[in-house]
Ligand binder design. Sequence first.
Ligand SMILES: *Cc1c(COP(=O)(O)O)cnc(C)c1O
Length: 391
Amino acid sequence: MKVVESKRLQKLGSAIFSEMAGWKAEVRQNGLDIIDLGIGSPDKPPSETVIRALEQAVRIGANYGYPTSEGSLRFRETVSRWYRHRFAVELDPESEVLALMGSQDGLAHLALSITDPGDTALIPDPGYPIYAASLVIAGVSPHPMPLRAKNGFLPRLEDIPADVARKAKFMMLNYPGNPLSAVADRAFFEEAVAFAREYDILIVHDLAYSEMAFDGCRPESILQIEGAKETAVEFHSLSKAFNMAGCRLAFMVGHPEAVRALRTLKSQIDYGVFLAVQEAGIAALEEDMRAPDVETKSKVYERRRDIVIEGLRDYGWDIPKPKATMFIWAPIPSGWTSRQISREILYRTGVVVIPGDAFGTEGEGYVRIALVQDEERLREAVRRIGEFLQS
Ligand SMILES: *Cc1c(COP(=O)(O)O)cnc(C)c1O
């Protein structure tokens, strides 16, 4: 028999990413040294404390039983303490915190637990790919909110037609954002919460990058807004904040009914995160409360950002400096499309950057550069791209 991919699956994923994988393979075969500034995976290990906690926890036999999908109470209590410490937000660990196997797990499944096929959701364009993909999986219609430089990459809520807003079940937001690196101020969060309350929409805020910000910027939680817990949930991840991407640990907090819905769905799908990994997560959050290392961690990316932006400026490519995240969202020189210039940069210099339209049609005119190599490699990448631009 022949197995064909479901129509749903065929609609998933960006053609650009698979096309790029082909380019990369070809370039590698040609023997060019590749500097990969494509995928956004942190290149540093977690702290010694975290590694030691994991080491100890894997020695304990009891940690090898099935965990529960909602996460150990100790992990959820630690999350709740960390949120109070970091954002002054109170969370009930029983009803307002849910452990996740990475936020990808939660972001992929949330729509399935709070929408039905044919519903509508508001998503940013450009946006992190799982936002759109999760709607495909759940049969939900996306209503894209264009994010443009002239609006500080914030959605213009007044542009959302009232009938769409009334229908929409939830709105995805992501500040500091990937791929845009934009940050939102409290005024925008207040506006979003008011809008969500008026139209009865759940706000789903992805806060993966709160601990990766520069020049004194300290990103806020949307749950800091008065009354937000009645209309919002927030995703947070240990992946970027504590260099634990491979450990697969994250959490969703906020609106108890949304927490319960996702928890119910997940109880059918998975049996939770390995308890030893949860212990490592507890150690990371506790260490952060005891001796925050945000400065030094952020400094790594701040220095890398400066190397790339100042370096490319010397070659005549002017890119605004992001205040957060490990990404540079670079407006491309005129005369190119995002895809053409990414392809040329790769074939001519071996440097991988992602064409902006991989994240949505509004991403055309940009490329995303991930700061995931050490300073020396980044300097080398800048030199190669600079010489390419001048040729
Ligand atoms: C990296 C990233 C995440 C984190 O994903 P995990 O599954 O927790 O590793 C979530 N959202 C955005 C925007 C990201 O860039």
